[in-house]
Design a protein around this ligand. Structure first.
Ligand SMILES: [Zn+2]
Ligand SMILES: [Zn+2]
Length: 136
């Protein structure tokens, strides 16, 4: 008799826990799959517009340098908004002849291959051509 009572109490409990475990497994599985879908969706969207590479340090070295007093287009550095002293050496953007502090120009141009003032693009081929003289 005791055994029958025990079974009567125990079996529904087991049944309930099995249903509960299956339900939890299903719920967890659904949650992880949606999370995976979300992360893969994020992965599939590449950041656009950051494909432009800045100049390498070797290319930066080839940019013309002039003393501050020879700057034609004013001696204000547009990157740090400070004045380029006459004795200071300034980096010139070829083409538009805008001048900047060497550190400022290098910092900017290593990230963006454009002039910070007029946005004129620096042609990287310009530097690559001058380095290697044809061996033939
Ligand atoms: Zn500067
Ligand atoms: Zn410029």
């Amino acid at each position: 008799m005791l055994f029958a009572v025990f079974l009567a109490l125990f079996l529904p409990c087991v049944g309930m826990s099995v249903v509960f475990v299956v339900y939890m497994c299903f719920f967890c599985h659904a949650a992880t799959t949606t999370r995976q879908q979300q992360s893969s969706n994020n992965h599939q969207e590449p950041m656009k517009g950051i494909n432009e590479k800045g100049l390498s340090s070797a290319q930066l070295d080839k940019l013309p340098k002039v003393p501050g007093q020879e700057l034609v287009l004013g001696n204000d550095c547009a990157v740090c908004l400070d004045v380029i002293d006459k004795e200071q050496v300034a980096r010139i953007v070829p083409g538009c002849n805008h001048g900047f502090h060497i550190e400022c120009a290098d910092t900017w141009l290593s990230k963006h291959p454009v002039c910070p003032i007029c946005r004129s693009k620096l042609e990287t081929e310009l530097f690559d051509g001058t380095t290697e003289s044809n061996p033939c």
